[in-house]
Design a protein around this ligand. Structure first.
Ligand code: AMP
Ligand code: MN
Ligand code: MN
Length: 325
């Protein structure tokens, strides 16, 4: 098992002894980032550590996960006092901390817990396990050495992290260890029905309209090997939706059969965020890095300046079946 950095005991020691900790996930936080941040916050609180969970981008609060325990504790990074320990979760590099990067740099010590294969070990203490399906799973495995008794609340946070990063226990990263750890979380009090319903079956009417737009635009390209769709800020105005509600929409694009790769482009204010997913082993993390982004082999992303057409036009040739492959 390839692990970057030190052992679990060193991570636990750095966290247990800290006078103050700020916990933060990556910008545009997904279920793994939010679940890990809140799970770690509750775990450290249970040890009596002074801990503040923060958002890398206060303008984009991950309201989809507002049902998670500890969510109301989340604060904007701006204006916070630098802590003794800055705990970065699900974050492969400092720039992915967005507005919290300065706070991380001003802290006495950065501790990293992650599962991205491209993690740059930017902390003083790093625990990055690319064999883990989610950072929340890595955190869960760390609880015994931290000396934390898993409460139902911590279990629920870690379960949502694992459920979302495995695509509801369906992606290629779903293995026996995932089910073993998920079973432990359920035994500790995570409720699969409640967490599933709250995450995937609590959409607003606006989110339904956005889904309709994304579905109606699904385009098959590259000789049938790629499917893609898009959302613009004009769509948000039209549907009264918010960008956070587009978080899981790439999942509906990946339901197209016979394709190797899919992507969803989200354009607002002159730049586009691209969510890329690979279904058959193409390393789209490597493709995302060519655009200055990153991620995993099967799930990656990047942000590019320019119009929707520019982004689609430069990406398609690099994907399976494209002429620049
Ligand atoms: P998303 O498509 O936003 O759900 O992201 C999928 C994966 O790619 C996650 O592991 C993200 O952390 C990673 N990712 C997305 N955008 C970027 C980016 N601009 N730079 C580095 N990694 C990214
Ligand atoms: Mn993530
Ligand atoms: Mn993750």
């Amino acid at each position: 098992m390839r692990r970057i950095g030190v052992d679990a005991a060193a991570v636990s020691e750095a966290l247990r002894g800290a006078r103050s900790v700020v916990v933060c996930g990556h910008v545009n936080p997904d279920g793994d980032a939010v679940g890990s941040v809140l799970g770690a916050t509750l775990a450290l609180q249970s040890l009596g550590v002074e801990v503040v969970p923060t958002l890398a981008d206060a303008k984009a609060a991950p309201v989809l996960y507002a049902f998670l325990p500890g969510f109301p504790l989340l604060q904007a990074a701006e204006g916070l006092e630098p802590p003794e320990v800055f705990l970065a979760l699900d974050v492969p590099s400092l720039p992915r901390l967005g507005a919290a990067e300065g706070l991380a740099r001003a802290s006495s010590r950065i501790v990293v817990i992650d599962h991205h294969p491209d993690n740059g070990s930017f902390g003083a203490v790093n625990w990055a396990d690319p064999t883990a399906a989610a950072t929340g799973q890595t955190l869960w495995r760390l609880l015994p050495s931290l000396g934390v008794k898993p409460t139902p609340e911590i279990a629920r946070c870690c379960y949502v992290a694992l459920m979302t990063d495995t695509g509801r226990f369906s992606y290629g990263n779903t293995d026996a260890d995932v089910f073993r750890d998920a079973a432990e979380m359920v035994s500790a009090g995570a409720d699969p029905f409640h967490t599933y319903t709250a995450t995937y079956e609590s959409q607003s009417a606006a989110a339904m309209r956005l889904l309709g737009l994304v579905l109606s635009r699904v385009t098959i390209a590259n000789g049938g090997l790629v499917a893609y769709s898009w959302v613009t800020d004009g769509d948000l105005d039209e549907t009264h939706g918010i960008m956070a509600e587009t978080e899981n929409l790439v999942d509906v694009v990946r339901t197209v059969g016979g394709v190797d790769a899919v992507f969803l482009v989200k354009c607002a204010e002159g730049s586009c965020r691209v969510s890329l997913r690979s279904k058959t082993g193409t390393d789209i993390g490597e493709i995302a890095r060519r655009f200055g982004g990153g991620g995993h082999a099967a799930a990656a992303g990047f942000t590019a300046e320019g119009s929707l057409d520019d982004v689609v036009g430069s990406l398609l040739p690099l994907l399976p079946g494209g002429d620049g492959e």
